[in-house]
Ligand binder design. Structure first.
Ligand code: FES
Length: 185
């Protein structure tokens, strides 16, 4: 059976293999293994294990998901299902930088959609995706709990708000170099 980054396993029990073993021999697996050990390798430690794996590897590639399935004796289909259900997990490589645009109610009313539209016009990236050169992963959030700062964005883990379209474009432009696409207003 084969498995692609975006694909699904044909069988829910196909968890073993060289790919999973390679991951388990990778030094980055150590903190993940420690997390799973603390949880007694119980199947319900899956989400915690995924957090640890994403932190260690940056994203959850199919080999990492196989390794988790094997370590917890959970069907691979279930592991893929959980990884793709929760927005906080990513099954694609992330960009060097991260930009989250909040589109919760307060941010929406104060210009979040305009910020998002300006970013996607200026740079080759869509919400939920990483730019082709891996400069940035663009994500949309539904309120991150700092509404008094609306509209806000999170740039490389730091909240910035209230921000204007121009301020966000200026910050992000440093990651890409000057935008080659259409710039805003
Ligand atoms: S709506 Fe954006 S932080 Fe709450």
């Amino acid at each position: 059976m084969t498995q692609t980054v975006a694909g699904r396993p044909e069988s829910s029990r196909e968890t073993e293999g060289p790919a999973a073993r390679r991951v388990q021999e990778d030094p980055r697996w150590k903190p993940v293994a420690a997390t799973l050990r603390r949880q007694g390798h119980r199947p319900d430690a899956l989400i915690e294990g995924m957090h640890a794996a994403q932190q260690a590897f940056g994203w959850l590639d199919p080999a990492v998901l196989r390794a988790l399935a094997e370590a917890l004796d959970v069907p691979l289909a279930k592991v893929f299902g959980v990884a793709t259900f929760y927005h906080l997990f990513t099954t694609r490589p992330l960009g060097t930088h991260g930009c989250i645009v909040c589109l919760g109610t307060a941010c929406h009313l104060k210009g979040g959609p305009e910020i998002l539209a300006a970013l996607t016009r200026a740079h080759p990236v869509e919400p939920g995706q990483t730019s082709p050169g891996a400069e940035m992963t663009l994500t949309v959030a539904r309120c991150i709990g700092a509404c008094t700062l609306a509209p806000l964005v999170v740039l490389d883990g730091e909240i910035a708000g209230p921000v204007t379209v121009e301020e966000v474009l200026e910050r992000v432009e440093r990651w890409f170099g000057p935008a080659s696409g259409e710039t805003t207003r």
